[in-house]
Write a protein that binds this ligand. Sequence first.
Ligand SMILES: [Fe+2]
Ligand SMILES: [Fe+2]
Length: 253
Amino acid sequence: MVAEIASAHAVAGGDAAGFDCLAPPLLRGWPALQAKLVHHVKRAALRQLHASRAGEILLLRLYLVGEASSEQALQHELRSAAPEGLARQIDQHLADEQLHARLFAEAIAERGGPAPETQPQRPDWFSRRKLARWQRLIRRHAPHFAHGALVPAYAIGLSAEQMASRILARHCALIGPAHALHPLLARVQADEERHVRLCSRTLQRCCVAPQERARLARLMDEVRAVERGFGVTGALGMALAGLALRLAAPRGG
Ligand SMILES: [Fe+2]
Ligand SMILES: [Fe+2]
């Protein structure tokens, strides 16, 4: 049992002494209730969106936009701040996210949605706002670490990968292994879990000095608070879109 907890903790991203802040926090009080509500609203929204083909295409499109945002962040924030020794790792990570984007684009096309774009797409308004928040956070925290912007960029990356893994796990559990989308979602989720471990290991081994750990914990708290805020907005947006598409869809559409 102890081994199981230790291994779950390692997968979640906090596998060394002094780096507990990297694992998803155990929420209490209002944030815990908020997370529970977001979980249930998102499950309900997923059911609504799967009820129509347009809804399913919208879901895949949301995943595609998420992958495009990861791609953009890796190219702009991490690649520019990384030392040469990390460049290969970041390029491999970027290649994974590009493959995810391609797989989602193909799944959209298979369902009669718009053909995959050959050019990277501009993120939507919601994602642009989130990116702007991240850039401000990176600028504010970078001067406090010897490795500068690399630390907040990886901290944000870790939180985003943990969130992606959680979202995909919820989605897989809801639709079950017999659903046509399950293999794609499960495959991407396995990659995102690997990215969680990668970001966590990089922060622990390459980026953060022992005297910087308290600052890292503060940074992670801020990152999680921003994620929670956007999580509520995202859940409500998904629920409204799901309801609108279900009402608009012809039966069986
Ligand atoms: Fe991805
Ligand atoms: Fe990822």
